[in-house]
Design a protein around this ligand. Structure first.
Ligand SMILES: [Zn+2]
Length: 158
């Protein structure tokens, strides 16, 4: 378990570095990130959210993919559009309406260094875009059309 960094921490606004070599440390980072995400009941987490400026994300939206671990993820195609509410583990108590691609294909490396590709729509597409934005120092509040406070019991977090 790691501590989740909260806005307005500067680390959330920095660009994360590419992982050049997959070491046991990177694999441990993935494991810790997944545990931290599940504990916080989020559907995604990016390494900068635990203060590590590496291009590493984990996503689990509760679909058949289960846990997705990605190192150096990149969006290779986007299609369509969705507009809806989004939250963030680093910005508790708020939500915002964000315009995103409806479907994205993401390419990256798994924990063994194998190239993997995922195509997701709806929430999975939203989670990929949200987490990859984190690697570029972009928070949903930077691109949301409205940001509003929500009661804690309604939180849905990425
Ligand atoms: Zn987030």
């Amino acid at each position: 378990m790691r501590i989740i960094v909260l806005e307005p921490d500067e680390v959330l606004h920095q660009v994360a570095k590419e992982v050049k070599k997959i070491t046991p440390n990177v694999q441990k980072l993935l494991t810790d990130m997944a545990e931290t995400m599940y504990e916080a009941e989020g559907v995604g987490l990016a390494a900068p959210q635990i203060g590590i400026l590496k291009r590493v994300i984990v996503v689990d939206v509760g679909d058949d993919n289960g846990l997705i671990e990605l190192i150096n993820p990149e969006i290779v195609s986007k299609d369509g559009e969705q507009f809806g509410p989004e939250g963030c583990l680093s910005i508790p108590g708020y939500r915002g309406d964000v315009r995103r691609a409806q479907t994205v294909t993401v390419k990256g490396l798994d924990r063994n260094g194998n190239e993997v590709t995922y195509t997701g729509s709806d929430l999975l597409a939203r989670a990929f875009q949200h987490e990859i934005d984190h690697l570029n120092g972009v928070l949903y509040t930077d691109i949301a059309e409205h940001v509003y406070e929500i009661p804690p019991e309604e939180e849905e977090k990425e």
